[in-house]
Design a protein around this ligand. Structure first.
Ligand SMILES: Cc1cc2nc3c(=O)[nH]c(=O)nc-3n(C[C@H](O)[C@H](O)[C@H](O)COP(=O)(O)OP(=O)(O)OC[C@H]3O[C@@H](n4cnc5c(N)ncnc54)[C@H](O)[C@@H]3O)c2cc1C
Length: 338
């Protein structure tokens, strides 16, 4: 049976950004729908046991934190539906939206949308990566997990700006030793960053090795830690084993925005374009929040802050739809791809 109730706000994605938006919209007494494609809400943070940088919690697992966030949103009336992957969106002539999901029977309607489908870290796709990720020994985020590697030896993988910056961050603040590999003979990162990397190399024990790839991450006998990593020289094909405590993979992210192409403006990397202050997209009535947007900080706290901002600004839009046209993006923002 088609569900044709008109919600005030429909939130696409039940990660931290979506749940924070749902809390605020629900508490403002807007009828609020959250559509989450997975069987459980929570998004990326569900993949970690250990969060130490969400204000108010010294240590919390992703699942516990999300449990509280989802309960809180429901308490204020948010209608949280899981197993609902949004596949298409349409803006109707009256300015409302129709949202279609993979559940062919369901179509939802809303007066405003908040897009919060997040992003996913790209994986290496090598044996051992997933098992060691589950043990917290393979990470994709230096800010999130760097502090767990004080005085340890880590391997970092990647050749872009993030890879170089985050390798410097890890080596200068936490690790005793850092081996960095990249599959090409030259970095993609800006020259100034690469210079900085080599400047820090001797003092902070950074060993940069090019062109190398990871072949396998091998666990200790009990499966709880990394015993060694097999790396291969892409030019000579020679393999070697490296004993490390952790692996940081910095090979980019994929925003979950394929289903939004043609509906809102998206940049060449797949991130949803918005003005960074009001989080408005190219379509009036459609806000964006979290890791899927341009200039996102890719952190829990910033994703939830986005959700809050978007939900609060829905009020402005309902009060005066022409508000959308005011405070237009300035040329500097356009130039930066905001
Ligand atoms: C292993 C790991 C550890 C991390 N540790 C930390 C940490 O310690 N501290 C920190 O600050 N940050 C950490 N992060 C980053 C943090 O998890 C993200 O910044 C945050 O989750 C972003 O929230 P989001 O809501 O924007 O997106 P996401 O968390 O990606 O949530 C998006 C949600 O939308 C859903 N979705 C996607 N497409 C659709 C669709 N078409 N229809 C319906 N639903 C859809 C997804 O299933 C997902 O549930 C970590 C990330 C990972 C992967």
């Amino acid at each position: 049976m088609a569900d044709t109730e008109l919600y005030d706000v429909a939130i696409l994605g039940g990660g931290p950004a979506g749940l924070a938006a749902a809390l605020y919209a629900g508490r403002d007494r807007y009828s609020t729908l959250v559509l989450e494609k997975n069987g459980l809400p929570g998004g990326q943070i569900m993949l970690t046991e250990s969060v130490e940088n969400y204000p108010g919690y010294e240590h919390v697992s992703g699942a516990d934190l999300i449990g509280h966030m989802a309960d809180q949103a429901r308490t204020f009336g948010a209608d949280l539906r899981t197993g609902q992957e949004v596949t298409a969106l349409r803006r109707e002539d009256d300015g409302t939206f129709t949202v279609t999901t993979n559940d062919g029977e369901a179509a939802f309607r809303a007066r405003a949308l908040i897009l919060a489908p997040g992003s996913e870290y790209r994986r290496l796709g090598v044996p051992g990566e997933e098992a060691m990720r589950q043990m917290g020994k393979v990470s994709y985020c230096a800010t999130c997990d760097g502090a767990f590697y004080r005085d340890k030896h880590v391997l970092t993988v990647g050749g872009g700006n993030t890879a170089v910056e985050d390798t410097i961050y890890l080596a200068t603040r936490f690790t005793a030793r850092t081996t960095m590999i990249h599959r090409r003979t030259e970095f993609r990162a800006q020259a100034v960053l690469v210079e900085e990397l080599y400047k820090h190399a001797a003092e902070h024990a950074i060993d940069v090795r090019l062109p190398y790839v990871v072949e396998e991450i091998v666990a200790t006998g009990d499966g709880t830690a990394i015993d060694h990593v097999v790396i291969r020289n892409a030019a000579t094909e020679q393999r070697e084993s490296l004993a490390v405590d952790g692996v940081f993979v910095f090979v980019g992210m994929n925003p979950n925005t394929a289903f939004l192409k043609g509906f809102v403006e998206i940049n060449e990397l797949g991130y949803i374009k918005c003005d960074p202050v009001f989080l408005r997209t190219s379509v009036p009535g459609v806000f964006v929040a979290g890791d899927c947007r341009t200039r996102a900080m890719m952190q829990l706290a910033t994703a939830t802050a986005d959700g809050v901002t978007a939900a609060m600004l829905v009020k402005e839009y309902f009060r005066d739809p022409h508000w959308w046209e005011t405070h237009r993006r300035v040329p500097e923002q356009e130039a930066l791809g905001w």
